[in-house]
Unconditional design. Structure first.
Length: 401
């Protein structure tokens, strides 16, 4: 039973050897639900994420978020003694998460065969930009490159503008979710169905390509190569973000005929329901510029609050476009407890996102934010592996930890 017993995944122990974002993100999701995650970092440099993004008083905030609920140890995986410690840890762990370029783990003597020799039924999640096989497997890669190669960037942006990359680690987040899902599937197959351990090849580019799977079929069957359409969506109208009088934006999605009918009622144009241009989904798509002009003309003459008051009254599918400050102030998120306060050893009281999705019987919880470099090294080696003070001191002297 792991130290983090409790929650849906209490008793599960994961060795997180990964760096940067996608691999650690997968482990972070599982840690929220009670898995004990032992995060391994280089003794001198730590995880690269510690130097990403903004910091407060020298404390890296992205690290704090990405590594919440984890125990932090330092281990030089390329050192022979570090390798030996890593294999000792594998014997006590249900799964290993790594995201080094293909061949690196093998070069350290920590490839899948080595890990399975230490624990035959271990689950190994291997996350890379392009996968373990194929001509691009050995390329250096990050989520940004996967976002480009998956086709997402080609679809994002204005029709007359360049491809647009997300201003946040979109591809890494999607890859992390896919990795967490696959790891749980492999654990179910092992622990419930009595199957063997598995090696999971999680290519971030393929995880993101899955988001536009329907376009794969459209290209195969129709030869379609869709381009950038701004905020519009092929096959659906209205769908846009419309400016308001006070400088805000309101997003609308007309996903059903009844939704569109309520929108037309709300803006005082019920006759548009039978207008040949807008009476059907196909007609609205064909005449989307005229439709946007009508809807946008009504919205831009009113404040965001007024627009939403009217739309709520008519049950229009719409939402204001929020910045992060507005997310904090949103009464819906406040009522649901989406943002929670926790105590952090470096920053004091901090607000962060509650675990998601919500499990009714075994809800996730935040036990702590990202820890200091090597905070739990001695405790893990002592309590989990049974190393004595002399052994730990020798490892430290040798530069293995």
């Amino acid at each position: 039973m792991s130290q983090a017993a409790g929650g849906a995944l209490g008793g599960l122990r994961i060795l997180d050897l990964a760096t940067m974002a996608a691999g650690p993100w997968a482990a972070s999701y599982l840690a929220d639900w009670g898995a004990e995650v032992i995060k391994v970092e280089h003794p001198e440099t730590g995880d690269h994420v510690r130097r990403w993004g903004r910091a407060k008083d020298g404390v890296p905030l992205f690290w704090k978020s990405l590594s919440r609920n984890k125990r932090a140890i330092t281990l030089r995986l390329s050192h022979p003694e570090g390798r030996a410690v890593a294999l000792d840890l594998v014997r006590h762990c249900d799964a290993v998460v790594e995201n080094f370029r293909p061949g690196v783990m093998e070069r350290w003597g920590l490839g899948p065969d080595d890990l399975r020799a230490a624990r035959p039924d271990v689950i190994v999640l291997r996350t890379t930009a392009f996968g373990q096989t194929g001509p691009y497997a050995g390329r250096p890669g990050f989520g940004t490159l996967a976002e480009a190669m998956s086709g997402l960037a080609h679809l994002t942006g204005e029709p007359d503008g360049p491809p647009t990359l997300a201003a946040y680690p979109l591809a890494d987040g999607v890859g992390g979710l896919a990795g967490a899902m696959a790891l749980l599937a492999a654990l179910y197959h092992r622990d419930v169905a009595g199957g063997p351990g598995q090696i999971i090849d999680n290519a971030i580019c393929e995880a993101n390509l899955r988001l536009i799977e329907y376009m794969v079929l459209e290209h195969d069957q129709l030869g379609v190569v869709p381009g950038r359409q701004g905020n519009r969506l092929p096959g659906l109208a209205p769908r846009n973000a419309y400016p308001t009088l006070d400088g805000g934006y309101v997003a609308i999605s007309g996903g059903t005929q009844s939704t569109v009918a309520r929108l037309f009622e709300a803006i005082g144009r019920p006759e548009l329901t039978v207008d040949p241009r807008f009476a059907t989904a196909a007609g609205r798509v064909a005449n989307v510029a005229a439709l946007d002009a009508i809807i946008g003309g009504w919205i831009v003459e009113r404040t965001t609050g007024t627009v939403m008051e009217v739309f709520d009254r008519f049950e229009v599918a719409a939402a204001p476009v929020a910045d992060i400050a507005q997310v904090f102030a949103n009464p819906h998120y406040r009522a649901r407890g989406t943002i929670v306060e926790v105590e952090d050893e470096d920053l004091g009281r901090v607000r962060t996102l509650a675990p998601h999705p919500r499990l009714s019987a075994t809800p996730g919880r935040i036990r702590g934010m990202g820890p200091a470099l090597g905070r739990d090294t001695e405790a893990v080696l002592r309590d989990l592996l049974g190393y004595g003070p002399e052994r730990i001191a020798a490892l430290r002297s040798a530069g293995a930890i």
